[in-house]
Design a protein around this ligand. Structure first.
Ligand code: NAD
Length: 427
Protein backbone atom coordinates (compact mmCIF):
# COMPACT_ATOMS: atom_id res chain seq x y z
CA UNK A 1 0.00 0.00 0.00
CA UNK A 2 1.01 3.62 -0.38
CA UNK A 3 1.21 5.53 2.86
CA UNK A 4 2.09 9.07 3.82
CA UNK A 5 3.35 9.69 7.33
CA UNK A 6 2.83 13.24 8.56
CA UNK A 7 5.43 14.24 11.16
CA UNK A 8 8.82 12.52 11.30
CA UNK A 9 9.70 12.55 14.98
CA UNK A 10 10.09 9.46 17.17
CA UNK A 11 6.78 7.92 16.14
CA UNK A 12 6.62 9.11 12.53
CA UNK A 13 10.13 8.15 11.46
CA UNK A 14 9.84 4.71 13.09
CA UNK A 15 6.34 4.15 11.64
CA UNK A 16 7.58 5.12 8.18
CA UNK A 17 10.71 2.95 8.28
CA UNK A 18 8.83 -0.07 9.69
CA UNK A 19 6.00 0.18 7.14
CA UNK A 20 8.71 0.24 4.43
CA UNK A 21 10.25 -2.87 6.03
CA UNK A 22 6.96 -4.79 5.68
CA UNK A 23 6.70 -3.88 2.01
CA UNK A 24 4.67 -0.68 1.82
CA UNK A 25 5.65 2.44 -0.12
CA UNK A 26 6.02 5.35 2.26
CA UNK A 27 6.31 9.12 1.90
CA UNK A 28 7.30 11.10 5.00
CA UNK A 29 6.04 14.67 5.31
CA UNK A 30 7.38 17.16 7.83
CA UNK A 31 7.66 20.94 8.02
CA UNK A 32 11.29 20.46 9.11
CA UNK A 33 13.27 20.34 5.86
CA UNK A 34 16.47 19.29 7.61
CA UNK A 35 14.76 16.13 8.89
CA UNK A 36 13.46 15.36 5.40
CA UNK A 37 16.95 15.78 3.91
CA UNK A 38 18.36 13.47 6.59
CA UNK A 39 15.76 10.77 5.92
CA UNK A 40 16.34 10.99 2.16
CA UNK A 41 20.07 10.55 2.86
CA UNK A 42 19.34 7.48 5.04
CA UNK A 43 20.27 9.32 8.25
CA UNK A 44 17.88 8.96 11.21
CA UNK A 45 16.58 12.33 12.49
CA UNK A 46 16.60 10.89 16.04
CA UNK A 47 18.59 8.18 17.79
CA UNK A 48 16.69 4.88 17.79
CA UNK A 49 18.20 1.40 17.68
CA UNK A 50 17.78 -0.17 14.24
CA UNK A 51 16.30 2.94 12.60
CA UNK A 52 19.52 3.83 10.75
CA UNK A 53 19.70 0.37 9.18
CA UNK A 54 16.11 0.56 7.94
CA UNK A 55 16.57 4.06 6.51
CA UNK A 56 19.77 2.97 4.76
CA UNK A 57 17.86 0.06 3.25
CA UNK A 58 14.79 1.96 2.02
CA UNK A 59 15.63 5.69 1.69
CA UNK A 60 15.37 6.83 -1.91
CA UNK A 61 13.63 3.55 -2.82
CA UNK A 62 10.33 2.68 -1.11
CA UNK A 63 10.82 5.45 1.46
CA UNK A 64 11.06 9.11 0.52
CA UNK A 65 10.68 12.33 2.48
CA UNK A 66 9.31 15.73 1.49
CA UNK A 67 7.88 18.95 2.90
CA UNK A 68 5.29 18.91 0.10
CA UNK A 69 1.90 17.72 1.43
CA UNK A 70 0.37 17.77 -2.04
CA UNK A 71 2.95 15.40 -3.49
CA UNK A 72 2.64 13.02 -0.56
CA UNK A 73 -1.15 12.84 -0.25
CA UNK A 74 -1.80 12.69 -3.99
CA UNK A 75 0.58 9.75 -4.32
CA UNK A 76 -0.74 7.70 -1.39
CA UNK A 77 -4.03 6.15 -0.18
CA UNK A 78 -3.58 6.43 3.57
CA UNK A 79 -2.12 9.24 5.70
CA UNK A 80 -0.95 8.76 9.28
CA UNK A 81 -0.89 11.91 11.40
CA UNK A 82 2.08 11.50 13.78
CA UNK A 83 2.68 15.08 14.91
CA UNK A 84 3.27 16.10 18.52
CA UNK A 85 0.46 16.68 21.03
CA UNK A 86 2.20 18.63 23.81
CA UNK A 87 0.68 19.88 27.05
CA UNK A 88 -0.90 23.32 27.18
CA UNK A 89 0.07 25.47 30.16
CA UNK A 90 -2.75 24.04 32.31
CA UNK A 91 -1.68 20.46 31.46
CA UNK A 92 -4.55 19.81 29.05
CA UNK A 93 -3.77 18.68 25.50
CA UNK A 94 -2.55 21.29 22.99
CA UNK A 95 -4.02 20.30 19.62
CA UNK A 96 -2.63 23.22 17.62
CA UNK A 97 -0.09 21.06 15.74
CA UNK A 98 -2.74 18.41 14.99
CA UNK A 99 -5.01 21.21 13.74
CA UNK A 100 -2.32 22.54 11.37
CA UNK A 101 -1.38 19.09 10.03
CA UNK A 102 -5.05 18.08 9.59
CA UNK A 103 -5.86 21.30 7.73
CA UNK A 104 -2.89 20.72 5.41
CA UNK A 105 -4.12 17.19 4.67
CA UNK A 106 -7.69 18.45 4.10
CA UNK A 107 -6.51 21.14 1.69
CA UNK A 108 -4.96 18.45 -0.53
CA UNK A 109 -7.95 16.11 -0.17
CA UNK A 110 -10.03 18.94 -1.67
CA UNK A 111 -8.06 18.53 -4.90
CA UNK A 112 -7.51 14.77 -4.82
CA UNK A 113 -9.51 12.24 -6.79
CA UNK A 114 -10.38 8.93 -5.18
CA UNK A 115 -10.74 7.56 -1.68
CA UNK A 116 -8.15 8.31 1.01
CA UNK A 117 -8.08 7.36 4.71
CA UNK A 118 -6.73 9.78 7.31
CA UNK A 119 -5.45 7.99 10.40
CA UNK A 120 -4.63 9.74 13.66
CA UNK A 121 -1.63 8.03 15.27
CA UNK A 122 -0.73 10.93 17.55
CA UNK A 123 -1.96 10.43 21.11
CA UNK A 124 -5.14 12.51 21.37
CA UNK A 125 -7.77 12.63 24.11
CA UNK A 126 -11.09 10.83 23.50
CA UNK A 127 -13.44 12.62 21.09
CA UNK A 128 -10.56 14.42 19.28
CA UNK A 129 -10.67 12.32 16.11
CA UNK A 130 -14.45 12.48 15.82
CA UNK A 131 -15.14 16.01 17.03
CA UNK A 132 -11.95 17.87 16.07
CA UNK A 133 -10.00 16.12 13.30
CA UNK A 134 -13.00 14.94 11.25
CA UNK A 135 -14.74 18.35 11.13
CA UNK A 136 -11.47 20.09 10.16
CA UNK A 137 -10.98 17.56 7.34
CA UNK A 138 -14.55 18.11 6.11
CA UNK A 139 -14.25 21.88 6.32
CA UNK A 140 -10.89 22.15 4.56
CA UNK A 141 -11.61 19.52 1.89
CA UNK A 142 -15.26 20.38 1.25
CA UNK A 143 -15.86 16.59 1.25
CA UNK A 144 -17.81 14.21 3.46
CA UNK A 145 -16.20 11.78 5.91
CA UNK A 146 -17.36 8.19 5.47
CA UNK A 147 -18.34 8.89 1.86
CA UNK A 148 -15.43 10.69 0.15
CA UNK A 149 -12.72 9.83 2.63
CA UNK A 150 -12.21 7.59 5.66
CA UNK A 151 -11.09 8.44 9.19
CA UNK A 152 -9.40 6.14 11.70
CA UNK A 153 -7.44 6.22 14.93
CA UNK A 154 -4.49 3.89 15.45
CA UNK A 155 -2.69 4.61 18.75
CA UNK A 156 1.00 3.83 19.05
CA UNK A 157 2.41 1.91 22.03
CA UNK A 158 6.13 1.81 21.15
CA UNK A 159 8.78 2.55 23.77
CA UNK A 160 11.54 5.00 22.90
CA UNK A 161 14.86 3.16 22.80
CA UNK A 162 13.12 -0.02 21.60
CA UNK A 163 10.82 1.68 19.13
CA UNK A 164 11.70 -0.30 16.00
CA UNK A 165 11.51 -3.63 17.84
CA UNK A 166 8.21 -2.64 19.49
CA UNK A 167 6.67 -1.48 16.21
CA UNK A 168 7.60 -4.75 14.52
CA UNK A 169 6.58 -6.95 17.51
CA UNK A 170 3.57 -5.25 19.07
CA UNK A 171 1.65 -6.65 22.07
CA UNK A 172 -1.46 -5.11 20.59
CA UNK A 173 -2.61 -3.26 17.50
CA UNK A 174 -5.70 -1.10 17.98
CA UNK A 175 -7.60 0.25 15.00
CA UNK A 176 -10.53 2.52 15.74
CA UNK A 177 -12.55 3.72 12.78
CA UNK A 178 -15.63 5.74 11.90
CA UNK A 179 -16.77 2.99 9.53
CA UNK A 180 -15.95 -0.53 8.36
CA UNK A 181 -14.20 0.59 5.16
CA UNK A 182 -11.69 2.89 6.92
CA UNK A 183 -10.95 0.28 9.59
CA UNK A 184 -10.51 -2.52 7.02
CA UNK A 185 -7.96 -0.51 5.04
CA UNK A 186 -5.87 0.37 8.09
CA UNK A 187 -6.05 -3.21 9.44
CA UNK A 188 -4.85 -4.48 6.06
CA UNK A 189 -1.57 -2.58 6.55
CA UNK A 190 -0.81 -4.82 9.53
CA UNK A 191 -1.77 -8.08 7.78
CA UNK A 192 1.74 -9.52 8.04
CA UNK A 193 2.15 -8.72 11.75
CA UNK A 194 1.90 -11.65 14.16
CA UNK A 195 -0.58 -9.77 16.33
CA UNK A 196 -4.33 -9.67 16.35
CA UNK A 197 -5.88 -6.30 15.43
CA UNK A 198 -8.36 -4.99 18.01
CA UNK A 199 -11.10 -3.12 16.16
CA UNK A 200 -12.97 -0.37 18.01
CA UNK A 201 -14.61 3.00 17.54
CA UNK A 202 -12.31 6.04 17.36
CA UNK A 203 -12.96 7.34 20.91
CA UNK A 204 -12.38 3.86 22.38
CA UNK A 205 -9.06 3.62 20.52
CA UNK A 206 -8.06 7.03 21.89
CA UNK A 207 -9.05 6.01 25.43
CA UNK A 208 -7.16 2.69 25.25
CA UNK A 209 -3.91 4.63 24.79
CA UNK A 210 -4.62 6.90 27.79
CA UNK A 211 -5.77 4.05 30.03
CA UNK A 212 -2.62 2.14 29.06
CA UNK A 213 -0.18 4.96 29.84
CA UNK A 214 -2.06 6.06 32.96
CA UNK A 215 -1.92 2.54 34.39
CA UNK A 216 1.84 2.27 33.75
CA UNK A 217 2.42 5.71 35.31
CA UNK A 218 0.24 4.69 38.27
CA UNK A 219 2.34 1.56 38.82
CA UNK A 220 5.49 3.71 38.96
CA UNK A 221 4.04 6.26 41.37
CA UNK A 222 2.65 3.42 43.46
CA UNK A 223 6.11 1.79 43.60
CA UNK A 224 7.59 5.16 44.60
CA UNK A 225 5.04 5.66 47.35
CA UNK A 226 5.78 2.18 48.73
CA UNK A 227 9.52 2.90 48.32
CA UNK A 228 9.28 6.15 50.30
CA UNK A 229 7.51 4.30 53.13
CA UNK A 230 10.02 1.42 52.93
CA UNK A 231 12.96 3.81 53.26
CA UNK A 232 11.62 5.12 56.57
CA UNK A 233 11.17 1.52 57.78
CA UNK A 234 14.61 0.41 56.59
CA UNK A 235 12.95 -2.15 54.34
CA UNK A 236 14.34 -2.87 50.85
CA UNK A 237 11.51 -1.87 48.50
CA UNK A 238 13.13 -3.75 45.59
CA UNK A 239 12.88 -6.99 47.58
CA UNK A 240 9.27 -6.12 48.38
CA UNK A 241 8.28 -5.31 44.78
CA UNK A 242 10.11 -8.33 43.38
CA UNK A 243 7.87 -10.54 45.50
CA UNK A 244 4.76 -8.45 44.75
CA UNK A 245 5.47 -8.77 41.02
CA UNK A 246 5.38 -12.57 41.24
CA UNK A 247 1.62 -12.33 41.59
CA UNK A 248 0.30 -13.26 38.15
CA UNK A 249 -2.40 -10.57 38.50
CA UNK A 250 0.26 -7.85 38.82
CA UNK A 251 3.45 -8.52 36.71
CA UNK A 252 6.90 -7.37 37.86
CA UNK A 253 7.19 -4.60 35.25
CA UNK A 254 7.01 -0.88 36.13
CA UNK A 255 7.43 -1.56 39.84
CA UNK A 256 10.94 -0.13 40.27
CA UNK A 257 10.94 2.80 42.62
CA UNK A 258 13.26 5.74 41.99
CA UNK A 259 13.32 9.28 40.66
CA UNK A 260 10.00 8.87 38.82
CA UNK A 261 8.79 8.80 35.25
CA UNK A 262 9.63 11.29 32.53
CA UNK A 263 9.59 11.22 28.76
CA UNK A 264 7.37 12.72 26.17
CA UNK A 265 4.37 10.54 27.02
CA UNK A 266 3.55 9.53 30.60
CA UNK A 267 3.54 12.99 32.26
CA UNK A 268 1.79 14.70 29.38
CA UNK A 269 -0.72 11.92 28.75
CA UNK A 270 -1.75 11.59 32.39
CA UNK A 271 -2.12 15.38 32.60
CA UNK A 272 -4.12 15.45 29.35
CA UNK A 273 -6.51 12.78 30.67
CA UNK A 274 -6.89 14.77 33.91
CA UNK A 275 -7.70 17.84 31.78
CA UNK A 276 -10.26 15.93 29.70
CA UNK A 277 -11.86 14.39 32.81
CA UNK A 278 -12.28 17.82 34.38
CA UNK A 279 -13.67 19.25 31.14
CA UNK A 280 -16.45 16.66 31.31
CA UNK A 281 -17.13 17.24 35.01
CA UNK A 282 -15.12 14.48 36.71
CA UNK A 283 -12.38 15.03 39.27
CA UNK A 284 -9.73 12.30 38.78
CA UNK A 285 -8.20 12.14 42.28
CA UNK A 286 -6.06 9.05 41.64
CA UNK A 287 -4.49 10.43 38.45
CA UNK A 288 -3.75 13.74 40.18
CA UNK A 289 -1.90 11.85 42.93
CA UNK A 290 0.08 9.91 40.31
CA UNK A 291 1.43 13.23 39.03
CA UNK A 292 1.85 14.63 42.56
CA UNK A 293 4.06 11.72 43.69
CA UNK A 294 6.06 11.94 40.48
CA UNK A 295 6.77 15.65 40.90
CA UNK A 296 8.00 15.26 44.48
CA UNK A 297 10.25 12.29 43.77
CA UNK A 298 13.25 14.02 42.09
CA UNK A 299 13.34 16.74 44.73
CA UNK A 300 13.85 14.03 47.37
CA UNK A 301 17.28 13.49 45.74
CA UNK A 302 18.54 16.95 46.66
CA UNK A 303 16.91 16.71 50.10
CA UNK A 304 18.87 13.52 50.82
CA UNK A 305 22.03 15.23 49.62
CA UNK A 306 21.45 18.25 51.86
CA UNK A 307 20.92 15.94 54.86
CA UNK A 308 24.25 14.30 54.07
CA UNK A 309 26.44 17.30 53.26
CA UNK A 310 24.54 20.37 54.41
CA UNK A 311 24.33 23.43 52.19
CA UNK A 312 25.00 22.72 48.51
CA UNK A 313 26.15 26.28 47.79
CA UNK A 314 29.51 26.15 46.04
CA UNK A 315 29.61 22.33 46.16
CA UNK A 316 30.33 20.42 42.98
CA UNK A 317 27.62 17.86 42.22
CA UNK A 318 28.06 15.37 39.37
CA UNK A 319 24.81 14.38 37.66
CA UNK A 320 25.08 11.05 35.87
CA UNK A 321 22.32 10.58 33.33
CA UNK A 322 20.34 13.27 31.54
CA UNK A 323 18.07 11.27 29.22
CA UNK A 324 14.64 10.44 30.64
CA UNK A 325 15.61 6.77 30.42
CA UNK A 326 18.41 4.63 29.02
CA UNK A 327 19.00 3.98 25.32
CA UNK A 328 17.59 7.31 24.14
CA UNK A 329 18.78 10.88 23.62
CA UNK A 330 15.32 12.18 24.57
CA UNK A 331 15.29 14.51 27.59
CA UNK A 332 11.65 15.55 27.47
CA UNK A 333 10.32 15.68 31.06
CA UNK A 334 13.49 13.92 32.19
CA UNK A 335 13.67 13.78 35.99
CA UNK A 336 17.20 15.20 35.73
CA UNK A 337 15.71 18.56 34.67
CA UNK A 338 14.00 19.40 38.01
CA UNK A 339 17.04 17.99 39.83
CA UNK A 340 19.52 20.20 37.96
CA UNK A 341 17.19 23.21 38.33
CA UNK A 342 17.02 22.55 42.10
CA UNK A 343 20.81 22.14 42.33
CA UNK A 344 21.29 25.47 40.56
CA UNK A 345 18.70 27.11 42.82
CA UNK A 346 20.69 25.83 45.79
CA UNK A 347 23.81 27.35 44.16
CA UNK A 348 25.62 24.05 43.55
CA UNK A 349 28.07 23.69 40.65
CA UNK A 350 26.84 20.99 38.29
CA UNK A 351 28.97 18.72 36.10
CA UNK A 352 26.93 16.38 33.96
CA UNK A 353 27.48 13.27 31.89
CA UNK A 354 25.20 11.28 29.63
CA UNK A 355 26.22 8.90 26.83
CA UNK A 356 23.68 10.39 24.39
CA UNK A 357 21.59 13.27 25.68
CA UNK A 358 24.19 16.00 26.31
CA UNK A 359 23.46 18.06 23.20
CA UNK A 360 19.73 18.11 23.94
CA UNK A 361 20.26 19.13 27.56
CA UNK A 362 22.58 22.00 26.55
CA UNK A 363 19.52 23.75 25.15
CA UNK A 364 17.90 23.77 28.63
CA UNK A 365 20.98 24.31 30.82
CA UNK A 366 23.59 25.98 28.59
CA UNK A 367 25.88 27.04 31.45
CA UNK A 368 26.52 23.84 33.44
CA UNK A 369 29.62 21.75 32.73
CA UNK A 370 29.12 18.83 30.32
CA UNK A 371 31.68 16.03 30.28
CA UNK A 372 32.57 13.37 27.73
CA UNK A 373 33.04 10.63 30.36
CA UNK A 374 31.49 9.80 33.73
CA UNK A 375 34.93 9.99 35.33
CA UNK A 376 35.42 13.59 34.12
CA UNK A 377 32.10 14.64 35.66
CA UNK A 378 33.06 12.94 38.94
CA UNK A 379 36.51 14.57 39.11
CA UNK A 380 36.70 16.62 42.33
CA UNK A 381 32.94 16.34 42.96
CA UNK A 382 31.52 16.59 46.49
CA UNK A 383 28.65 14.29 45.56
CA UNK A 384 27.03 12.43 42.68
CA UNK A 385 23.37 12.00 41.74
CA UNK A 386 22.42 9.13 39.40
CA UNK A 387 19.40 9.97 37.28
CA UNK A 388 19.26 7.48 34.38
CA UNK A 389 19.57 3.69 34.34
CA UNK A 390 22.26 3.50 31.64
CA UNK A 391 23.93 0.06 31.53
CA UNK A 392 27.40 1.65 31.56
CA UNK A 393 26.71 3.11 35.03
CA UNK A 394 26.47 -0.44 36.38
CA UNK A 395 30.18 -0.90 35.53
CA UNK A 396 31.34 2.28 37.31
CA UNK A 397 33.65 1.51 40.20
CA UNK A 398 37.19 2.96 40.32
CA UNK A 399 35.83 6.08 38.55
CA UNK A 400 34.39 7.23 41.89
CA UNK A 401 37.95 7.41 43.29
CA UNK A 402 38.45 10.83 41.65
CA UNK A 403 35.63 12.40 43.70
CA UNK A 404 36.46 14.71 46.58
CA UNK A 405 33.85 12.96 48.72
CA UNK A 406 32.55 9.64 47.43
CA UNK A 407 28.91 10.38 48.20
CA UNK A 408 26.49 8.83 45.71
CA UNK A 409 22.69 9.18 45.77
CA UNK A 410 21.21 6.75 43.29
CA UNK A 411 17.81 7.54 41.82
CA UNK A 412 17.68 4.36 39.71
CA UNK A 413 19.41 1.61 41.68
CA UNK A 414 22.09 1.03 39.07
CA UNK A 415 25.33 1.66 40.93
CA UNK A 416 27.14 -1.49 42.05
CA UNK A 417 30.45 0.07 43.18
CA UNK A 418 31.79 -0.77 46.63
CA UNK A 419 33.84 1.67 48.72
CA UNK A 420 31.50 4.60 48.21
CA UNK A 421 29.09 6.35 50.58
CA UNK A 422 25.97 5.08 48.83
CA UNK A 423 22.35 5.96 49.45
CA UNK A 424 19.35 4.92 47.39
CA UNK A 425 16.54 7.39 46.81
CA UNK A 426 13.84 5.20 48.34
CA UNK A 427 15.36 1.98 49.57
P1 NAD B 1 8.04 14.55 17.86
O1 NAD B 1 7.93 15.91 18.45
O2 NAD B 1 9.31 13.76 18.03
O3 NAD B 1 7.74 14.62 16.31
C1 NAD B 1 6.74 15.39 15.75
C2 NAD B 1 7.16 15.79 14.34
O4 NAD B 1 6.08 16.50 13.73
C3 NAD B 1 8.37 16.72 14.29
O5 NAD B 1 9.33 16.18 13.40
C4 NAD B 1 7.80 18.05 13.74
O6 NAD B 1 8.71 18.77 12.93
C5 NAD B 1 6.63 17.53 12.93
N1 NAD B 1 5.60 18.55 12.65
C6 NAD B 1 5.19 19.58 13.41
N2 NAD B 1 4.21 20.27 12.79
C7 NAD B 1 3.99 19.64 11.61
C8 NAD B 1 3.10 19.85 10.53
N3 NAD B 1 2.20 20.84 10.55
N4 NAD B 1 3.15 19.03 9.48
C9 NAD B 1 4.04 18.00 9.43
N5 NAD B 1 4.92 17.74 10.43
C10 NAD B 1 4.89 18.55 11.51
O7 NAD B 1 6.81 13.72 18.47
P2 NAD B 1 6.73 12.15 18.78
O8 NAD B 1 7.46 11.81 20.01
O9 NAD B 1 7.01 11.39 17.53
O10 NAD B 1 5.17 12.02 19.13
C11 NAD B 1 4.18 12.16 18.15
C12 NAD B 1 2.86 11.70 18.74
O11 NAD B 1 2.94 10.30 19.07
C13 NAD B 1 2.46 12.40 20.03
O12 NAD B 1 1.08 12.54 20.10
C14 NAD B 1 2.94 11.43 21.11
O13 NAD B 1 2.21 11.56 22.31
C15 NAD B 1 2.65 10.10 20.45
N6 NAD B 1 3.46 8.99 20.93
C16 NAD B 1 4.78 9.17 21.18
C17 NAD B 1 5.55 8.09 21.63
C18 NAD B 1 7.02 8.28 21.94
O14 NAD B 1 7.59 7.38 22.56
N7 NAD B 1 7.65 9.37 21.53
C19 NAD B 1 4.97 6.83 21.78
C20 NAD B 1 3.62 6.67 21.48
C21 NAD B 1 2.87 7.76 21.04
Amino acid sequence: MKISVIGSGYVGSVTAACFAEVGHEVICVDIDKKKMDQINAGIPPIYEEGLGELLQKYAGKSLTATTDYEFAIKNTNISFICVGTPSAEDGSIDLSIVRAATASVGAVLAKKEGYHVVVVKSTVVPETTEKFVLPILEETSGKVAGKDFGVAMNPEFLREGKAVYDFMHPDKIVVGAIDQKSGDLVSELYRTFKCEVTRTGVSTAEMIKYANNSLLATKISFANEIGNICKRLNVDTYEVMKAVGKDSRISPKFLNSGAGFGGSCFPKDVKALIGKAKEIGYSPALLESVIGVNEKQPILMTEILQKKIGSLAGKKVAVLGLAFKNDTDDIRESRSIPVIAELLRLEAEVSAYDPMATENMKRIFPTIEYCGKAKDALEGADACLVMTEWDEFKQLDSEFEVMKEKIVVDGRRVIKAKNIDYEGLCW
